[in-house]
Design a protein around this ligand. Structure first.
Ligand code: AP5
Ligand code: ZN
Length: 216
């Protein structure tokens, strides 16, 4: 099964993708994580990617589609959760073609709806385990008081360079301008389900599980 989690920055895509990985053994393909790995490489491409990400703009379709192509071929046909991809209509077309070549398709597109006002609080409160990538939040999912990550026991936590109010504004504008047209696109294709992602993390997970039970 291949699913897309679609939603603005802070909607909870990464949080829910990690739950699906744990609960169902699915594979998470996050272009944000792939790009953050690329930017640490110190290459010219990595440096360019870092600049674009920190400003809150989209990295070129060519780079992102190339990353997805590489990761998909490594999966050898196992189902995936696409987290933060596609983000443009060109990326959506490329994904469809890549899956078709593998005899696969997108089964469910889940739009995670959250009001913009809530996103600021979610983004500015986020901390990520440096070792395993588990996602915490100062208020809704605090780092345990013993300072150890629940998942891996790691003790180092990071804040993202693009998690500030200014970059978030650009990321939101970018979302509405370039990514939200995908909502209509997948609606017409019949694969879209919209869920209320304002609810507590476990409740959102239950809503996703209900969608995944529906016939594809
Ligand atoms: P990316 O890494 O994809 O970031 P994003 O889309 O901005 O999404 P986030 O990771 O910020 O949010 P999320 O929805 O995963 O929320 P999370 O679960 O962490 O992309 C970063 C950049 O890379 C882009 O700006 C772009 O430059 C580039 N890029 C990436 N993909 C690209 C592509 N395809 N094309 C071009 N460029 C691309 O949750 C957020 C916080 O809220 C956490 O602290 C969490 O604990 C908390 N939380 C989650 N759910 C809940 C809940 N239900 N209730 C309360 N708190 C919650
Ligand atoms: Zn960890």
């Amino acid at each position: 099964m291949n699913i897309i989690l679609l939603g603005p920055p802070g909607a909870g895509k990464g949080t829910q993708a990690r739950r699906l990985v744990e609960e169902r053994g699915m594979v998470q393909l996050s272009t944000g994580d792939m790009l953050r790995a690329a930017r640490t490489s110190g290459t010219e491409m990595g440096n360019k990617v870092a600049e674009v990400m920190d400003q809150g703009h989209l990295v070129t379709d060519e780079i992102v589609i190339g990353l997805i192509r590489e990761h998909l071929s490594a999966l050898k046909g196992a189902g995936a959760i696409f987290d933060g991809f596609p983000r443009t209509l060109a990326q959506a077309d490329a994904l469809e073609a890549l899956l078709e070549d593998m005899g696969q398709r997108i089964d469910h597109v889940i739009e995670m709806r959250v009001e913009d006002e809530v996103l600021v609080g979610r983004i500015t409160g986020r901390a990520t385990c440096a070792q395993c990538g588990d996602v915490y939040h100062d208020v809704t999912r605090p780092i345990p008081t013993d300072g150890h990550c629940t998942t891996c026991g790691g003790t180092e936590f990071k804040r993202r360079a693009d998690d500030n109010a200014e970059s978030l504004r650009t990321r939101l504008l970018t979302y509405y301008k370039q990514t939200s047209p995908l909502v209509g696109y997948y609606h017409v294709k019949g694969t879209l389900r919209s869920i209320d992602a304002l609810a507590e993390i476990g409740t959102v997970g239950d809503e996703i599980a209900a969608v995944l039970k529906e016939p594809e």
